[in-house]
Design a protein around this ligand. Sequence first.
Ligand code: NAP
Ligand code: F7E
Length: 348
Amino acid sequence: MRKKKALIFGITGQDGSYLTEFLLSKNYIVHGVIRRSSSFNTGRINHIYKDPHAKGRKMILHYGDITDAISISSLIKKIQPDEIYNLAAQSHVAVSFEVPEYTANADALGTLRILEAIRFNKLEKKTKFYQAGTSEMFGKVIEIPQNEKTPFYPQSPYGVAKVYAHWITVNYREAYNIFACNGILFNHESYRRGGTFVTKKIVSGLCKIKLGLQEKLFLGNLYAKRDWGDARDFVKAMWKMLQQKKPSDYVISTGKQYTVKNFVNLVLAELNIKYSWKGKNLNEKCFANNKSIIELDKAYHRPLEVHSLLGNSNKAKRELKWKPEKNIKKLVRHMVSEEMNSLVNDKS
Ligand code: NAP
Ligand code: F7E
C-alpha cells in the first residue's frame, strides 16, 4: 500500500516533534519544514533524524519559511502531500506584543500562503489541511466553558492573527472545497515545551532550585487560569480531524482549570519541597527552608491578560472519539522527571 505523505510546517516545535513521532507510528512519510538558523533548532527531532544518504528515510527535512510564499508553494508542488499540518507560528503571546507585525505575517498570512499554494497547485481534492488554532482566540471570554460556537474576543496580536487564520481556513473550505480543519487547542504542555512558557519555566526553575543550581524563580500573574492538557494527547486529535468524512472545527481541551499558582504547588509537591506562601499582590512570595524561592516581577505582566480559559470538547469526544488520556498530575510528573534526569545528566 502507498504510504501517506504528511507535510508539517513547524516540525521543530513542541507539537511538531510529537506529531512526527505519531505519524511515523502510523506509517506515514513525514516531510518537515525547518528555518535556517545560526544555531541548531532541531533539538526536539534529532532522535528521529537520519542522514539524507541513508536508505528508507521516513522523515525528510526541507528549508523554508512561512513568511516566504514561493518557498511554501514550491515545496507543496514538489511533495504533493496528502495532509498538511500548519503548526508554524510565533507562538508566544507576550512576545506578540513586542513583534506584532511579524506575528501577523507568520501566524495570519502564513496560513493564507499555504491555502493559496494548495489552490494554486490544484491540490484542492488531494491535500487535506490542519490549522493550529488556539483558545487565545476566545480571549476575554464571552461564555464559560468555551466551545466551537463561542464568539472570539482575542486579547493579543497573537490571538488576533490566529483569528484571521481561523476564518481564512473556513473561507477556503467553503469557497474551494478544500478539506480544511481548525483545531482550537487549549494550552498543552510537555517536557519539550519552550522554556519561556509558564509551565516549563516553573518546572525548570523549581528543579534547579531543588538541586541547588538556582536560588529564585520570578513569575508574573499567579492567578491566570488555564485548561492545561498534555501535548502527547493533543497531537492525536489533529490527525483524527483529518481522518473524518467531512472537515470541521474542533475544540480540544481537558475541561479542567487551574491557576498558575495551583500549577506551582503541584510541582513543589512532586519535588517534595515544603513551602508556604506569604504576602499580597506583587509582594506575594513563596518560602522554603525560610528562604524566598519564588517572587513576582511586573515585567512578566502583559499589556492585556487572558484571565480564564476553560474548554468544552464534547464535539471532539462525540465525532473524533477523542478524549485526554493524561491528567495534570501525570503531566507534572512527566515534566518533572524528564527535567530532573536531564539536569542530573548535565551535572555528571
Ligand atoms: P512552538 O514550540 O513555538 O513551535 C512553533 C514552530 O513554528 C517551530 O517549529 C518554529 O520553528 C516554527 N516557526 C516559527 N516561525 C516560523 C516561520 N516564520 N517559518 C517556519 N516555521 C516557523 O509551538 P507549539 O507549542 O509546538 O505549537 C504549535 C502550534 O500550535 C503553533 O501554531 C501555536 O501557535 C499553536 N498552539 C499551541 C498551543 C500550545 O499550548 N502549545 C495551543 C494552541 C495553539 P523554530 O523551531 O525554528 O523556532
Ligand atoms: O502563559 C501567566 C501568563 O505563556 C500562561 C501558547 O502556547 O497557550 C500558550 O499561551 C499564563 C498567562 O501561555 C508567567 O500571564 C505568569 O496568563 O505559558 P504561557 P499562554 O499565554 O496561555 C495558548 C493556548 C497558545 O496558543 C500560545 O501559543 O501564565 N504567567 N507568570 C506567565 N507566563 C509566562 N510565559 N511567564 C511567566 O513568568
